[in-house]
Design a protein around this ligand. Structure first.
Ligand code: OGA
Ligand code: MN
Length: 287
């Protein structure tokens, strides 16, 4: 197994590994260590089945169960695709396509859950001939480079993450009542401490408000921080090759989808999501 950096700040490629059979303890611990360090790991040439993907993901922790309203609901898998089970490309007004569009905003998976996701694993089953990159933003590097006044504000802040907020920006009808009830707004610390790997800024599309701030001032702080974060030097853009498998750290990077010719080309990605262990705002100061 070889691990080679893909970007000056984060992200690495893992080659010489065959995930057909589960990695032994020692190899897995190397992978885990590299994952904590690089925050994004690209495993090349891994034509795995759903079952193999679930098994490998489970080595990192318990998996989330897909929430109501998302393809794969009730299972450990999320299917991201622009075609129907019969293989027909769905129209641009379809919920599947709109949800894909919502993914084009920087986000952390499940930041709208009280215990937000730790990591996500995405497997490229079918990819378009061009476009459809997935991009990653190093929120540890962003935090480290924040101007002192912003850092101070972020350090103390708690953001309110709300699934309906992010989705409503795309289309007010995209979120159903059932989804709204399943995922009420939650509090998330704006800064996460990774110990030896530094701190990261934790925001993204679901961050709607800042606790203790008037609606507009909170929005302004979120926008200022996200504008600072959204600089090319912090971004790794992944051009998918068939059978790439990517594992990313949802608390250290944000990610987003990029457009492709979705009216004519097929894209099929399968995701597993590794759950976090605890809320990032202490239970004692919960409102
Ligand atoms: C995801 C996601 C982006 C993409 O799977 O969580 O945001 O490019 N994917 O498909
Ligand atoms: Mn996502």
């Amino acid at each position: 197994m070889e691990i080679n950096p893909l970007h000056p700040l984060f992200a690495a490629e893992v080659t010489g590994l065959d995930l057909d059979s589960p990695p032994d303890r020692e190899t897995f611990s190397e992978i885990h260590e590299a994952f904590e360090k690089y925050a994004v790991l690209v495993f090349r040439n891994q034509p795995i089945t759903d079952e193999q993907q679930i098994a490998f993901s489970e080595r990192f922790g318990d998996l989330e169960t897909t929430k109501v309203g998302t393809p794969g609901a009730g299972s450990k898998l999320i299917t991201l695709t622009n075609f129907s089970p019969e293989g027909k490309i769905v129209p641009p007004t379809d919920k599947q396509v709109l949800s894909g569009k919502a993914n084009r905003e920087w986000h952390a998976d499940s930041s709208f859950k009280e215990v937000a996701a730790y990591a996500s694993m995405l497997s490229a089953r079918e990819i378009p001939s061009s476009g459809g990159n997935t991009e990653y933003l190093s929120m540890r590097s962003v935090y480290a480079d924040l101007p002192a006044d912003l850092k101070q504000k972020a350090d103390k802040a708690v953001a309110i993450h709300d699934f309906s907020y992010g989705r409503s920006k795309i289309d007010p009808h995209l979120v159903t009542d059932a989804e709204r009830q399943a995922v009420p707004a939650v509090r998330q610390a704006m800064v996460i401490n990774h110990g030896p790997h530094g701190k990261s800024l934790y925001l993204g599309a679901h961050a709607a408000r800042v606790e203790g701030y008037a609606e507009e001032e909170g929005r302004e702080l979120i926008d200022t921080l996200m504008d600072f974060a959204n600089q090319p030097k912090y971004i790794y853009s992944h051009a998918w090759q068939p059978h790439d498998l990517i594992l990313w750290h949802n608390r250290a990077v944000l990610h987003r989808a990029t457009p492709f010719d979705s009216a004519n080309q097929r894209r099929l990605m399968v995701r597993t999501t590794i759950a976090g262990k605890a809320p990032k705002v202490a239970a004692s100061d919960r409102i």
